[in-house]
Design a protein. Structure first.
Length: 189
């Protein structure tokens, strides 16, 4: 994937990757079990992308209009630093997060797919969306993933960010494992 130098520079400034969940981390469909409990399907590739992003020393978070136990569990499993669910006015939460970490809006990549995300997408440095997003959302974003929502789009974004920072090759070189997981012989190869 070829991106412009201007977009690469914007991506390189990002320190916080903040994600809507339904329609970004998932395919947007809602699943319910026989007892009426909502369940979610997440892609392992997206989780790996978030792990690599965090391992590189950056911040990740979920900012969703819905609250679901499955999302809380996924955030816990991935050690997501910021978890904000059931937020209808996302902009206030964005500002709180930025203040907590001393971030400028230009250091934020937000990924959303629907009208509820527009307020945030319009102010962050790197607004990104997915192929299934509403047309009005695509209009305000600087990048639309090639990979569909819930099928590795977040991994694609994490790799774009890490590549723009010059860190992706290092992650690939060690097969995605942290250096401490490799034997000295493996690390030297």
């Amino acid at each position: 994937m070829t991106i412009s130098n201007e977009l690469r520079a914007r991506l390189a400034r990002v320190r916080l990757l903040l994600l809507d969940v339904d329609g970004v981390m998932t395919d947007g469909r809602l699943y319910f079990d026989a007892e009426g409990r909502e369940t979610k399907v997440f892609h392992a590739q997206d989780g790996a992308g978030l792990v690599y992003w965090k391992r590189a020393g950056f911040i990740s978070g979920f900012l969703s209009g819905r609250d679901a136990p499955a999302v809380r569990k996924r955030a816990e499993d991935l050690h997501v630093q910021e978890l904000h669910l059931g937020k209808k006015r996302k902009i206030a939460t964005l500002h709180e997060i930025c203040e907590r970490y001393g971030l400028g809006l230009d250091e934020v990549c937000y990924v959303g797919d629907d009208f509820l995300d527009l307020e945030v997408l319009r102010v962050v440095g790197v607004p990104i969306t997915v192929p299934g997003a509403r047309p009005q959302v695509k209009e305000v974003c600087c990048y639309v993933t090639q990979t569909p929502e819930g099928q590795g789009a977040v991994r694609e974004i994490a790799e774009l960010l890490l590549d723009a920072k010059g860190l992706l090759d290092e992650i690939v070189a060690c097969s995605g494992l942290p250096p401490e997981a490799l034997s000295p012989e493996e690390a030297a190869q």
